[in-house]
Design a protein around this ligand. Structure first.
Ligand code: BDR
Ligand code: CA
Length: 321
């Protein structure tokens, strides 16, 4: 058996974040989940931090350390996505209060310590499924961690289009300055943006199937995902996108995805494209010299295998109960 892949999860849970937690935890036989940091995004820092504690415990992974990260973007006040994720962040689903406590007072220091304490020669993958505030602060404050980061696999951005504005995706739009720091850091990046997450989803019938299943975890995830259908974005839709779970599945099943290396920049202006990930689709730079991009931008997926793997991961929690 190959060595387990070291992973740090940075998240703003959030309904699709919860689904991503489930995917990663379902694959703990392949992943060494070294810790989880919360970041304000879908809901306030207090709510997403509480959700991270609740989710790890509910999913039988209370041993994974959870720490609190940034309470808001680098330059602006937080703007949550309660219209999509609900007041708690987890739709109508009420999870038991956790017994578990935060692993440290200072999340950033804890992340640094965990990364630098990795055995000699080992690296870590950061999976970031919220605004990139924590990751920007981490690499700016402790640049020595950069060489221990194998890559950052992030949910954010799009080569084409947006979901908060016509050209910006929520995680990047929430903190574009942080995103720019991360994209410019020289660390390999996989961008699991709307180009690929909009290829993958679950149907209303599949979500109903989760709700009707006898399983504790499937029902809870079904309740959360059902909430999506009540938001304006999905009212007339026959499927929901589960962006963050798509990113988590990429980590464990990259073979069902495809993409292109692109140069990606982030629009930090105050103009109408603030938060846009500008993906250079050309294969040469402004001087006509051929160039390779800095980011693997995912834009292909097998949506049927995706559904199968996702539902299997959810079901795996209820099998032995
Ligand atoms: C992203 O924004 C958040 O609302 C979701 O959790 C996901 O990470 C999708 O644009
Ligand atoms: Ca998220």
């Amino acid at each position: 058996m190959e060595n387990k892949k070291n992973v740090w999860l940075d998240a703003d849970p959030g309904i699709d974040d919860a689904a991503a937690f489930a995917v990663l935890i379902a694959y703990r036989d392949r992943l060494n989940i070294c810790g989880i940091s919360s970041v304000a995004g879908n809901q306030s820092s207090d709510r997403v931090t509480a959700n991270a504690l609740k989710l790890t415990e509910f999913l039988g992974a209370a041993d994974i350390p959870v720490v609190r990260g940034a309470a808001g973007p680098l330059l602006r006040e937080p703007a949550d996505a309660g219209d999509v994720h609900g007041t708690s962040g987890l739709g109508n689903c009420v999870l038991p209060e956790p017994k578990k406590e935060l692993a440290a007072e200072n999340g950033l220091l804890y992340m640094r310590d965990v990364i630098l304490a990795l055995p000699k020669g080992e690296q870590i993958t950061i999976m970031a499924i919220g605004p990139l505030t924590n990751i920007a602060l981490l690499i700016k404050t402790f640049p020595e961690v950069k060489e221990r980061i194998e890559r950052i696999v992030l949910m954010g951005g799009a080569a084409v289009g947006g979901n908060v504005t016509p050209t910006a995706e929520f995680n990047i739009w929430e903190d574009p300055e942080a995103a720019k720091i991360v994209f410019d850091a020289g660390i390999p990046i996989v961008m699991c943006g709307l180009d690929v997450t909009h290829l993958c989803g679950l149907t209303r019938e599949q979500v109903d199937g989760l709700l009707e299943s006898g399983g504790r975890v499937q029902r809870a995830l079904g309740e959360m995902l059902k909430f999506y259908f009540e938001s304006p974005a999905y009212q007339n839709s026959d499927r929901v996108y589960i962006h963050d779970a798509t990113t988590a599945l990429y980590l464990v099943h990259p073979e069902i995805f495809g993409g292109h290396m692109r140069r990606v920049d982030v629009d930090c202006s105050e103009g109408m494209n603030r938060g846009m990930t500008v993906c250079d689709m050309r294969c040469y730079d402004d001087d006509g010299v051929s160039c390779v991009g800095n980011v693997l931008v995912l834009d292909q997926a097998d949506p049927v295998v995706y559904q199968k793997l996702l539902l299997e991961a959810f079901a795996s929690f209820d099998r032995d109960e």
